[in-house]
Ligand binder design. Structure first.
Ligand SMILES: [Zn+2]
Length: 475
């Protein structure tokens, strides 16, 4: 590799992580302290005059990228213009490696780090806002390139070829109001983000809707799959160009950090299999104990929880998933949930695969994959109930009975009586029935009503017909 040009040598140094640069400087008997860019410049100056340093750099580079004795081309051979501009940016942007660990992403398991997290410093700050440009290269080893290239399958969901092994670009923030201390850092995309990989613009997550005109484009924090934009060849490097800006001058922008990972995509059946391990299923007795506690708590006046329909002597537990509106096949919930009501875990994972919100459809609070469990109590109950049963009523004495749709809970009965009384009162006051119908619709306009398992009086059932049912594709 002694025939590399000066610029290629420079890019070779840029691709090395900070500890390799320090190793090289220690080897040369030089100071190993300073910012990453200072170390690169120091190494670069040494390499110009020393063949031994050049050979040591080759050795470190080969060890890192697994190239053995094969020649490496650490830049895209076909883009001399890019090379020149990149060279400029690498000098103008201080790219520092940072110690940060991203939060695990449920649907992708990290296999290795391709490009370690490094900060993207703002390159221009003016009265109009802050702007930042950065770019960096990464190389895949022969093994990584082959693993990704051979992991393709045809996705019926997306109607296209997809990869099981995926290269993900992730962003997060450091400093400012970041609360993660470098551990389990959540994905956060910079405002007005543009990403170009190998001269192709990358498709980013849909921006969050905003009512303000000319405001920053904020996209939901998610890992970005860049596999299809990458050159799956160990000899050719991949160039990522990142730009973002903000017009918001009210708060100083945080420092964004970018990293690239090789990951393995997990399927819903794989994730369900993990949840269904016999050791992970919650035994029936534990849920029975919790129900008894809820029922005894409801005996005291302050313990009554109307939201979860706790009656004093029995607890009504629906057998349909509140999100899917069909009989649960794999009932479960999160350890963080305060209720015993379940939802269908397969439906829940499929919804989050499409849009990862991880909100419990019963209590609307966070229900992460790592907190989910299968409830044996509900599996047993569902196995014993006929297909027309909609719920069970569990009594304080441990007895339960299945109830059909026509059988209303006590609260629903009370609501229906109250509704009838209100209707009668309004009719005698000469109000039109249209007004009354409208008042009955209020509940269905509430988005939470979609996901909550509350009962409604049968007289307002027509309003439910307007609620879109979430349909999920079967694999
Ligand atoms: Zn919940």
């Amino acid at each position: 590799m002694n025939n590399l040009t000066d610029e290629q040598r420079y890019l070779q140094l840029q691709s090395l992580p900070i500890n390799d640069l320090q190793t090289l400087l220690t080897f040369a008997g030089q100071s190993r302290t300073g910012k990453r860019q200072e170390l690169v410049d120091r190494c670069h100056a040494l390499m110009k005059s020393s063949m031994v340093i050049r050979e040591k750099c080759d050795e470190l580079h080969n060890k890192r990228f697994g190239q053995g004795e094969k020649p490496t081309i650490p830049y895209p051979r076909d883009s001399t213009n890019t090379l020149r501009t990149t060279h400029h940016h690498l000098h103008s942007n201080q790219q520092q490696n940072v110690e940060i660990r991203f939060a695990p992403f449920t649907f992708n398991e990290d296999l290795c780090v391709i490009s370690p997290p490094h900060a993207i410093a703002p390159s221009k700050q003016s009265a109009n806002g802050t702007q930042s440009l950065a770019n960096f290269y990464f190389l895949l080893t022969a093994q990584q390139a082959s693993d990704v290239a051979t992991s393709t399958f045809y996705s019926t969901d997306q109607s296209k070829i997809e990869y099981r092994k995926q290269i993900l670009l992730r962003f997060t923030t450091i400093g400012g109001d970041s609360t993660h201390n470098g551990i389990n850092a959540p994905d956060k995309l910079p405002p007005n983000l543009h990403v170009i990989v190998n001269s192709r613009a990358v498709l980013l997550p849909q921006p969050k809707p905003t009512a303000k005109p000319n405001s920053d484009v904020i996209r939901p924090g998610r890992p970005i799959d860049i596999t299809e934009y990458c050159r799956l060849c160990p000899l050719i490097s991949n160039l990522i160009e990142i730009s973002w800006f903000t017009q918001d001058l009210s708060v100083p922008p945080p420092t964004y950090v970018a990293a690239v990972f090789l990951t393995e995509r997990k399927t819903v059946p794989q994730l369900l299999a993990r949840l269904s391990r016999p050791s992970a299923i919650r035994p029936s007795i534990e849920t029975q104990r919790t129900i008894t506690q809820i029922l005894s708590a409801s005996q005291t006046p302050q313990g009554i929880d109307n939201d979860l329909e706790v009656a004093s002597t029995s607890l009504r537990l629906p057998l349909d998933c509140p999100a899917m509106r069909i009989r649960m096949r794999l009932p479960g919930r999160a350890v963080t949930c305060k209720h015993v009501h379940c939802f269908d875990l397969e439906g829940y994972l499929r919804m989050n695969e499409k849009k990862p919100t991880w909100l419990c459809p019963v209590c609307n609070k966070q229900a992460l994959y790592t907190d989910l469990f299968v409830d044996q109590f509900f599996i047993d109950i569902i196995g014993k109930c006929s297909s027309d049963a909609k719920a069970i009523e569990y009594e304080t004495n441990g007895q339960w009975k299945a109830v059909g749709e026509e059988k209303l809970s006590r609260r629903a009965q009370r609501e229906r009586e109250a509704y009838k009384a209100a209707q009668a009162a309004k009719n005698t006051n000469g109000k039109s029935t249209a007004d009354i119908d409208h008042s009955g619709d209020d509940d269905s306009n509430d988005e939470r009503a979609l996901t909550k398992s509350t009962e409604r009086p049968t007289t307002t059932n027509n309003a439910q017909d307007d609620i879109p049912i979430i349909e999920l594709d079967d694999d």
